[in-house]
Design a protein around this ligand. Structure first.
Ligand code: GLN
Length: 313
């Protein structure tokens, strides 16, 4: 192993050790009953550098519910199908409000602020569903994840999907509200069915870091040489991750970590160091904004030690 890879390994192991010991673990999401059962002691991290070296620590092979991290991939898929027309349906400004907030939707006539808050992600899923049966749309999303991660074993945790379907009152309200403005094309229950299942995709940190590599390398996964999106599109997806990926915690994440990142209430975060690395962390305990507490702490330590913040040392 070369010197930078050795150093990366050391840093990642250090961070995993520190995170295992920390007492401040945040609170696991409780509004999805199945997620409330996850042990907050878990911590995993996986980093793929530009040469394809993998450094990982903790529970980096254990699948977890990717939840809103899936929104990066559905945005990528929908951009592939609709191109920039997508932005007529969904904005790309930070919301400054919670991920499941409904307030802005009334002012903005049902047009969600960005594709990463729940309303925006539901609108994107609705676009992917159009012209398909829910099963086909879900199959397309899952195949895309498997293709990006190079791993055909990735599946959907049906118990998590069913759990959210039973208790997803807010999302049902958001979707109905958007539907009343004509922003959704499909039946609300069909769009939400796909959305809840995409959120319930289970992946490990290793699989997720692999799936995110195209965003770190101008749209191309260096492992396969396959181009997923063009460089301009990769840059723009990263920009939206930077400004909106952590909801009303996006400013804090930029301030502390300094990388485009997308969180999920399962406790996962995918972060992208452009030209350098794709990083996935998982710590199920969340902060007040619904973002992984130790996930963010770990990423802050990583970018600090490696000088990876896009804003400089
Ligand atoms: N499935 C979750 C929800 O819609 C995703 C939210 C999240 O991960 N922030 O509430």
């Amino acid at each position: 192993m070369n010197k930078p890879a050795l150093h990366l390994n050391l840093v990642v192991k250090d961070i995993a050790d520190e995170m295992r010991r920390r007492p401040d673990r945040g609170e696991v999401a409780s509004y999805i009953p199945e997620l409330a059962r996850v042990d907050p002691k878990h911590f995993g991290i996986a980093v793929f550098d530009d040469e394809g070296n993998l450094a990982c620590g903790g529970d980096c092979d254990m699948p977890f519910s990717i939840q809103s991290v899936s929104k990066v991939f559905t945005l990528t898929l929908a951009l592939g199908r609709y191109g920039d027309r997508l932005w007529q349906r969904v904005g790309r400004e930070p919301s400054g409000s919670a991920f499941n907030s409904i307030v802005q939707l009334e002012y903005e006539r049902g047009v969600p602020r960005n594709p990463f808050i729940n309303a925006g992600a539901i609108a994107i899923t609705d676009m992917i569903l159009s012209g398909h049966q829910p099963r086909e749309a879900l199959g397309e999303i899952l195949r895309f994840m498997r293709f990006l991660a190079g791993d055909a074993t990735i599946t959907i945790d049906e118990a998590v999907a069913a759990s959210e379907q039973r208790t997803g009152y807010r999302n049902i309200a958001l979707a109905n509200y958007m539907k009343s403005f004509g922003v959704l094309d499909n039946a609300v229950d069909l769009t939400l069915g796909v959305y809840f299942h995409q959120c319930a995709i289970a992946m490990s940190c290793k699989q997720l870091a692999m799936a995110g590599r195209f965003l770190a390398h101008n749209g191309r996964n260096p492992a396969t040489g396959m181009s997923v999106v063009n460089p301009e599109r990769a840059r723009r997806i990263n920009a939206v991750m930077m400004t909106c990926g952590h909801y009303d915690g996006s400013g804090e994440f930029a301030y502390r970590v300094g990388l485009p990142g997308k969180s999920g209430v399962g406790g996962g975060i995918l972060a992208v160091a452009p030209g350098k690395a794709s990083i996935a962390v998982w710590a199920p305990g969340l902060d007040a904004a619904g973002n992984s507490h130790l996930g963010r702490v770990a990423l802050e330590a990583l970018t600090k030690r490696l000088g990876w913040s896009i804003f400089g040392a």
